[in-house]
Design a protein around this ligand. Structure first.
Ligand SMILES: O=C(CO)[C@H](O)[C@H](O)COP(=O)(O)O
Length: 219
């Protein structure tokens, strides 16, 4: 079965967690795009959405779903987002689409974080297959890169990418993350780092994995 079909299965299964008259937290990426399509089929039952990227905002609006500002919402029942990697403790690497900072902000508003992935995203150790993205203030790019090398990583500047917040992305290659909670804090302490793509301090609550045998829900 192809990856897109598995992403769609996970996205559609997430609809069961959407409450009537609620504002739904929506992340970004190709799996979330499938979720936005699915959400559009029940748009009359919800109030609208709060989202983590300009790309998702555009798609939601195209589907006729009202988009609220994070500043107008004090909490969300659910936040639905994809991941680049997820481990058995429901901790993730995110930011393949460069939206990590806004994703962390919207995730922090949610009571339940539902991570929708296809089975290729499941790993035992974060950093096994995917480079770790770091959002960095442009003037600090070189000095942050040097600190990342000192931590044992191989950072690469993601050429041509500017985040929705006007910053740049460094991707750290060859960086297995043995203690995600500590590493998330340590990287965020480097001057010039806006945030890093480890989602461990606030991991997912529910994972929905699209597999060749259907959507599997892990609580
Ligand atoms: O973190 C993200 C964007 O910043 C995405 O959730 C992540 O990259 C997964 O993307 P996709 O669903 O396209 O595989």
């Amino acid at each position: 079965m192809d990856q897109l079909t598995m992403k769609k299965m996970a996205a559609e299964a997430a609809l069961q967690y959407v409450k009537a008259d609620s504002i739904v937290g929506v992340g970004s990426g190709s799996t979330v795009n499938c979720f936005i399509e699915a959400l559009a089929t029940i748009k009359d039952k919800i109030k609208g959405a709060v989202t983590a990227s300009k790309a998702s905002e555009k798609l939601l609006k195209e589907q006729g779903i009202e988009v609220f500002s994070t500043n107008d919402v004090s909490s969300l029942d659910i936040y639905v987002d994809g991941a680049d990697e997820i481990n058995p403790q429901k901790m993730m690497i995110k930011g393949g689409g460069a939206a990590l900072t806004r994703e962390k902000i919207v995730a922090a508003l949610a009571k339940t974080f539902i991570c929708i992935v296809d089975s290729s995203k499941q790993v035992d150790v974060l950093g096994s297959t995917f480079a770790l993205p770091i959002e960095v203030i442009p003037m600090a790019r070189s000095q942050v890169a040097r600190k990342l090398v000192a931590l044992g990583g191989s950072p690469e500047y993601r050429e041509g990418v500017i985040t929705d917040n006007g910053n740049v992305i460094l991707d750290i290659y060859n960086f297995k993350i043995m203690n995600p909670v500590e590493m998330e804090k340590e990287l965020n302490n480097i001057a010039g780092v806006v945030t890093n793509g480890i989602f461990a301090l606030r991991g997912a609550d529910i994972i929905i994995v699209g597999t060749p045998n259907g959507a599997k829900i892990i609580k």
